[in-house]
Design a protein around this ligand. Structure first.
Ligand SMILES: [Zn+2]
Length: 402
């Protein structure tokens, strides 16, 4: 047997098959009361009610996050007072993120929670018109690159004042870039961004090279795809049998053989990004239900995460995913002796890296340049791997015992 050591960077951390992100749009200092009682009903809160009973967070924690504790959630935060869907409509409560003590404390709790990430989602989300369909999404309202940049900088400052750090990434409102979107994102220091609704490849068979299910770079920013609409119901959610969403899923299955399970399996088998898309609340100012939303979809979400829990998944935030991807792109492994290597990179490594090797069946360990033991390689499928916070330009030794 050839004993030459092979080391490769694993596509995903811990040699997992695919990463999973849980994305919730439009967390905001907003509520939409449907019932004129002083009690909050489930679904009426977009975040304003913080930890209170029946708040968005209370509902989500009790009905999903406390059951699946590995989930990492990325919330997309609207920073200023949000526009209604049409002129003349209003929220029951609507304010900027820096106006209420309770909401500020809630955001600061989320920021410190290692299972949660807060990301940027504009200032006012756009501009209302007389008709709902004429609503202009925030990036569509910018008339110049300078205007886009200065509004992003204003929103980032609002974010930083409350969250205490700048957002590392975010998402276009309504996935609409306008004329200056991509340029404005790359010029305002974001590391990652959600540019498109990539799930359209699957549900509408729309083929366009801008959509894909893997990570790419867009003007130096990591493009994180949005791939799974969590309101696409599994046909096993019998409780929803006569709803419009169930009939849509049934139609997709009968006409094209598509199911949410097959979509998840395909992303997984292709080692692509499983990013599960949701909204914080079903209620908008125009009395329509917005889909997906965590309340209508809660049974389906439980089903999806239970389905995924049987797979070899990396639950991660967008920021961690972007860091890992950038490290994977930037490093080179160079052997300087038979069992001694160095990791070359033109920038500091802000992520742990997973290296995979052959020699399954042997005891393999990672040591520092003096031969001091650091970690054992672990076995997964046909490979062995080690995850470590390597430093660039430092020497490491692989030790192999028979
Ligand atoms: Zn939004």
């Amino acid at each position: 047997m050839d004993n030459k050591i092979i080391l490769k960077v694993s596509k995903w951390k811990d040699n997992a098959v695919a990463p999973v992100i849980f994305m919730i749009d439009d967390i905001a200092n907003i509520s939409v009361k449907k019932v004129s009682s002083s009690h909050l009903k489930i679904g009426e809160d977009w975040g304003q009610y913080g930890f209170q009973k029946n708040s968005m967070w209370d509902f989500l924690s009790k009905n999903l996050l406390n059951k699946f504790t590995d989930i990492k959630t990325t919330f997309f935060l609207v920073t200023d007072k949000r526009a209604p869907m049409a002129i003349g409509e209003s929220y029951s409560y609507n304010n900027a993120i820096d106006k209420d003590k309770e909401f500020i404390e809630f955001l600061q709790y989320l920021e410190k929670n290692p299972s949660v990430e807060l990301a940027y989602h504009g200032t006012n989300h756009g501009k209302a018109s007389i008709k709902h369909e004429d609503f202009l999404q925030e990036w569509e309202t910018f008339k110049s690159l300078n205007e886009a940049i200065s509004e992003i900088e204003r929103g980032k400052s609002l974010f930083k004042n409350i969250v205490k750090s700048y957002p590392t990434g975010g998402k276009y409102c309504g996935y609409e870039a306008g004329k200056f979107g991509d340029e404005s994102i790359s010029k305002t220091g974001f590391k990652w961004w959600c540019y498109h609704w990539d799930g359209i490849l699957w549900d509408k068979n729309i083929n366009n090279s801008k959509y894909d299910y893997d990570l790419t770079l867009n003007k130096g920013v990591v493009d994180i795809p949005s791939t799974v609409d969590a309101s696409t119901l599994s046909l096993k959610i019998i409780k929803k049998l006569f709803t419009r969403k169930y009939l849509k899923s049934l139609y997709l299955f009968l006409t094209e053989g598509k199911t949410i399970e097959k979509h998840l399996d395909t992303l997984y088998n292709n080692k692509e990004v499983i990013s599960i898309q949701e909204y914080s609340s079903p209620y908008r100012t125009d009395n329509r239900i917005q889909y997906p939303n965590i309340v209508s979809d809660i049974d389906n979400l439980n089903y999806i995460f239970s389905y995924l829990s049987k797979k070899d998944i990396w639950y991660t935030t967008c920021n961690e995913l972007a860091d890992y991807y950038l490290a994977r792109l930037n490093i080179k492994i160079k052997f300087i002796e038979e069992n001694k290597f160095i990791i070359l990179s033109n920038q500091d490594l802000s992520s742990e890296i997973t290296l995979i090797s052959q020699f399954r069946g042997k005891k393999v360990s990672l040591c520092d340049s003096e031969g001091k033991f650091l970690l054992n390689f672990q076995k997964k499928r046909d490979e062995i791997y080690v995850t470590y916070s390597f430093e660039r330009n430092k020497e490491y030794i692989i030790s192999i015992l028979n």
